[in-house]
Design a protein around this ligand. Structure first.
Ligand code: DGL
Length: 294
């Protein structure tokens, strides 16, 4: 793995925005790679910079202020790197901080939220399971989504404790993980759920494990393709779409941790053989705790 320490630029020291500038994609860790996969498929000419805040994942176990602090710091860092648009590819960060990020950053922004609306539209049994982090499930934004779109559907909401950590160590099939998932899915299946909302961007990497447990009984609702379409619309509206075929297609991968899991997951699940840069992104809550990397 190649590890490069990139100095943090001052938030205001940024290049002018134009269509050839990159799109920034950010997640607490590796989950946003499922969004990056959809963005690359739809917008192959866009340059992408991906930041995994793996040093501080999982966000789902953090307090609200910590999540807002990290999301703002990484958003500002990506703006300083010249990003023309930002995808907050993390349900937990979106739930806690999207309003503030939208207010403070001057670039177009896309957030992600659990697919309650599409799930309610497709469920035949009118029983839907939702797997998401505890922070997402207890957020006001998620409660509002349920109020608006659940309709006559019963939503069984299950915090996926331990699942983000498993994906972060590239575990998508161990017996321990299967047992954990089975414990989460069995009550949904027993209650007659026919649809499962993947309310965390890490979970699409567990689709095979979920299929193994639930077979065809659950249709999986993953919003990554819808997010890519929303980004497409936003770039179009802001005249920021890059239609040049000459753009190099390998994303720039960055991590606040050592990046090894990110390199492995990108290679095994996205078939992208890329190096990962180690980046330092200090923030109010972590400044004192940043490790020294020479
Ligand atoms: N991928 C993040 C999400 O969509 C995981 C959050 C976490 O780190 O707990 O919520």
């Amino acid at each position: 793995m190649s590890v490069v320490v990139v100095p943090t630029l001052m938030p205001n020291a940024r290049a002018p925005i134009n269509a050839s500038a990159p799109v920034g994609i950010f997640d607490s860790g590796l989950g946003g790679l499922s969004v990056l996969r959809a963005v690359r498929a739809l917008l192959p000419h866009e340059r992408l910079v991906y930041v995994a805040d793996s040093l501080y994942a999982p966000y789902g176990e953090r307090d609200d202020d910590f999540i807002v602090d990290r999301t703002m710091a990484i958003g500002e860092w990506l703006v300083a790197q010249g990003a023309k648009a930002l995808v907050v590819a993390c349900n937990t960060a979106t739930a806690q901080s999207i309003a503030l990020v939208r207010e403070r950053l001057s670039i177009p922004l896309v957030g992600v939220e659990p697919g309650v609306k599409p799930a309610a539209a497709v469920s035949k049994t009118r029983v839907v399971g939702v797997l998401a982090t505890a922070v997402t499930l207890r957020s006001a934004r998620f409660q509002l989504l349920l109020e608006r779109y659940a309709g006559d559907c019963r939503f069984i909401c299950q915090p996926g404790h331990g699942l983000v950590q498993a994906v972060e160590r590239c575990d998508t099939s161990s017996p321990e993980l299967m047992a954990l998932l089975e414990g989460y899915l069995a009550p949904m299946l027993e209650a007659g759920a026919d649809t499962l909302v993947l309310g965390c961007t890490h979970y699409p990497f567990l689709d095979r494990a979920i299929r193994e447990i639930a077979g065809e009984r659950l249709q999986l609702v993953d919003t990554s393709v819808a997010i890519a379409r929303q980004l497409d619309r936003l770039l179009e509206t802001n005249a920021l779409k890059n239609s040049s075929a000459a753009v190099e297609s390998m994303p720039r991968f960055c991590s606040t941790a050592d990046g090894e899991s990110q390199r492995q997951l990108a290679a095994s699940l996205l078939h992208l053989d890329a190096s990962v840069e180690h980046v330092l992104i200090p923030s109010r809550r972590t400044r004192l705790a940043e490790p020294d990397i020479v």
